[in-house]
Write a protein that binds this ligand. Structure first.
Ligand SMILES: *[C@@H]1O[C@H](CO)[C@@H](O)[C@H](O)[C@H]1NC(C)=O
Ligand SMILES: *[C@@H]1O[C@H](CO)[C@@H](O)[C@H](O)[C@H]1NC(C)=O
Ligand SMILES: *[C@@H]1O[C@H](CO)[C@@H](O)[C@H](O)[C@H]1NC(C)=O
Ligand SMILES: *[C@@H]1O[C@H](CO)[C@@H](O)[C@H](O)[C@H]1NC(C)=O
Ligand SMILES: *[C@@H]1O[C@H](CO)[C@@H](O)[C@H](O)[C@H]1NC(C)=O
Ligand SMILES: *[C@@H]1O[C@H](CO)[C@@H](O)[C@H](O)[C@H]1NC(C)=O
Length: 325
């Protein structure tokens, strides 16, 4: 893993947490400050991006829901998606927290990455903002991957979600592990991995299910933003620049509510690590802020029937990592 002149953090306007890059290397204070300043510059642009989206949602709410593939959501109210405009803008950059389960050859172009995975439906809406211009970024590829409702990642289903990572490595007799280099994949399953480009408003949407948890990590979704991307025929990334790598989280209250439901509740082998106990999501690191996904119930009533999650990713275009996948 190379660390060029890239920046090792994730920061948010109004809210800011910094993820440890790799295994727990803290970020330089100066970099945290730089990130926050960068983010704040675009606060009103982020607000306006959200305002556009809010208006669009009001107008197209029913149509948008009905258009979503195989939604089982019953539309019962006309309540808006976002009653409060959120101005948070996360800055996600390369090399932060890609984690050991990134697997580009299973991450394909599609707007529904659920496949056959059980769980509470989640429509992830992401707005991408160029922090250099404070303008929405069109045509960048937003790439997601996360574990299923009982903690497994596709392509790595042979690795137990209940075994601490160092133990997994020693069981495999691996003494040297490098994220993105060491090949740990066990199969070719592709569920809960997918990517889709942003539209002219810098927006994209991905349908998935609410993630579960695995050992030592709080519930999270990995996201990466690629520019100048080229795909293989099968929809996986052939090449592109990574301008952003980060992880997105849910509030503890929401996680607790969803984890009480099947099939999540059947995952009893390990205790769930909370946001507070996670080494990546470190509340104390920078003022107690966090890259939390903004959630509303898809039916306007109960998130347990499905939910829409929104987050803005602010891309630092000076932190580009080039390279083939
Ligand atoms: C978002 O920003 C706009 C403009 O800066 C401001 O008017 C609005 O109150 C902010 N909303 C929230 C929820 O902070
Ligand atoms: C929705 O799911 C049903 C049952 O699984 C299937 O028969 C139908 O073709 C699906 N529709 C779409 C639009 O995918
Ligand atoms: C897609 O094609 C690439 C290049 O041939 C290959 O490495 C990858 O495994 C394929 N992925 C899927 C999901 O078919
Ligand atoms: C999650 O994936 C693993 C590995 O494929 C599988 O054994 C498990 O049943 C899945 N969880 C659910 C709830 O389907
Ligand atoms: C790891 O090494 C031990 C001892 O040499 C051996 O018994 C075991 O089969 C190896 N495991 C794997 C997955 O190669
Ligand atoms: C997790 O965090 C909570 C709240 O900060 C703390 O009270 C608890 O002791 C922590 N648990 C573990 C296992 O670290």
């Amino acid at each position: 893993m190379h660390f060029p002149n890239t920046l090792l953090a994730m920061a948010c306007v109004a809210s800011s947490v910094v993820a440890h890059p790799g295994p727990d290397v803290p970020l330089a204070r100066s970099e945290i400050v730089r990130r926050n300043d960068l983010s704040k510059r675009c606060a009103s642009a982020a607000a306006s991006l959200n305002q556009k989206r809010y208006t669009k949602r009001q107008l197209n709410r029913r149509e948008a829901l009905e258009a979503r593939a195989n939604s089982t959501v019953t539309i019962t109210t006309e309540a808006p998606y976002y009653q409060v405009i959120q101005n948070d803008t996360c800055v996600l950059t390369p090399e932060v927290t890609e984690g050991p389960y990134v697997w580009p050859r299973s991450q394909t172009l599609r707007q529904d990455m659920t496949e056959d995975q059980a769980g509470v439906p989640l429509w992830l809406d992401v707005g991408v903002l160029d922090m250099a211009t404070c303008e929405p970024l069109e045509g960048v590829l937003v790439d997601f991957w996360h574990c299923n409702s009982t903690g497994s990642y596709s392509s790595f289903t042979g690795l137990s979600p209940n075994t601490p990572f160092p133990t997994l490595l020693s069981e495999m007799n691996i003494t040297q592990f490098e994220i993105g280099t060491t090949d740990l994949h066990t199969d070719d399953t592709t569920w809960l991995r997918g990517m889709w480009p942003t539209d002219s408003n810098g927006m994209m949407e991905m349908k998935t299910v609410f993630p579960g948890f695995y050992t030592a990590r709080t519930i999270h979704i990995h996201a990466q933003v690629h520019t100048d991307w080229v795909l293989h025929d099968n929809g996986t990334l052939a090449s592109g620049n990574k301008v952003s790598t980060g992880q997105m989280y849910f509030t503890e209250e929401l996680s607790a509510q969803i984890m009480a439901l099947e099939p999540y509740v059947s995952h009893t082998e390990i205790y769930r690590t909370t946001n507070y106990n996670d080494t990546v999501f470190d509340q104390d690191l920078v003022g107690g802020y966090s890259p939390l996904i903004d959630i509303v119930a898809a039916d306007g009533e109960n998130v347990e029937n499905g939910m829409i999650g929104y987050i803005t990713i602010g891309v630092d275009t000076t932190a580009i990592e080039t390279g083939d996948e």
